[in-house]
Design a protein around this ligand. Structure first.
Ligand code: SAM
Length: 201
């Protein structure tokens, strides 16, 4: 993995954290719906242990924290994490940590391991490295919320500004998942996004 990509992601997200916060409420509503989709396939109780990778302002971690007190969010951006901590400090734990550092966690340490709109920022080698780690630390489900193949000039423009691998992600993500997981399914969430539900074993 090119360390420059991580430094760039950290810099960009530190910069846009205040703007991202403006969309937080809407994201939280959407992620409640995504968690409800997950619950149709994987029961979540007060004992369920959840890891949210690239937690950002904590919207997905926050949605999970309404169901279980065992939620951990990790992110490499200090500013995104402080925003998450401000909102959910009492309900979830947040750690400054990059996605490829999941080797700090034990095998099957979490029941559900999730990532929302983080993986499309990276090329296939890093995406797959992270997916393998997410699979290793998950016991029940890996849930990815991210783009599904669609056409949007506006998104292409915005993602190009962020320097993400958005187009390549949409073309290749299905084969990333097929290579890493024994099985997975996609539930369409909007015209442009889906919930990818993956079985770790
Ligand atoms: C588009 S935001 C999504 C935030 C949140 N998951 C959401 O959906 O609201 C992507 C987040 O992933 C974080 N991120 C990017 N690359 C990362 C990496 N390699 N490890 C951990 N976090 C990362 C960014 O700092 C940012 O907070």
């Amino acid at each position: 993995m090119n360390k420059g990509n991580l430094t760039r992601a950290e810099r960009i997200f530190n910069l846009i954290a205040p703007i991202y916060g403006l969309f937080h409420r809407g994201l939280e509503d959407n992620y409640r719906k995504a968690v409800a989709i997950l619950q149709e396939h994987c029961p979540i109780s007060r004992e369920t242990r959840v890891l949210d990778v690239g937690t950002g302002t904590g919207a997905l971690a926050g949605a999970f924290s309404e169901l279980t007190p065992h939620v951990t969010g990790i992110d490499l951006s200090e500013k995104m994490l402080s925003s998450a901590q401000r909102r959910y400090r009492a309900k979830a734990r947040f750690l400054k940590m990059a996605a490829h550092e999941l080797d700090r966690f034990e095998d099957r340490e979490f029941d559900v391991v999730a990532a929302a709109f983080m993986l499309h920022h990276y090329a296939a080698d890093y995406r797959r490295q992270v997916l393998r780690q997410m699979k290793r630390v998950a016991r029940q489900k890996v849930m990815i919320i991210d783009f599904i193949p669609h056409q949007s000039r506006l998104m292409s423009f915005l993602e190009a500004l962020e320097g993400s691998h958005y187009r390549e992600f949409m073309a290749d993500f299905a084969s990333d998942l097929a290579d890493v997981f024994p099985s997975y399914q996609v539930v369409e969430f909007s015209v442009s996004s889906g919930v990818y539900l993956c079985d770790p074993e």
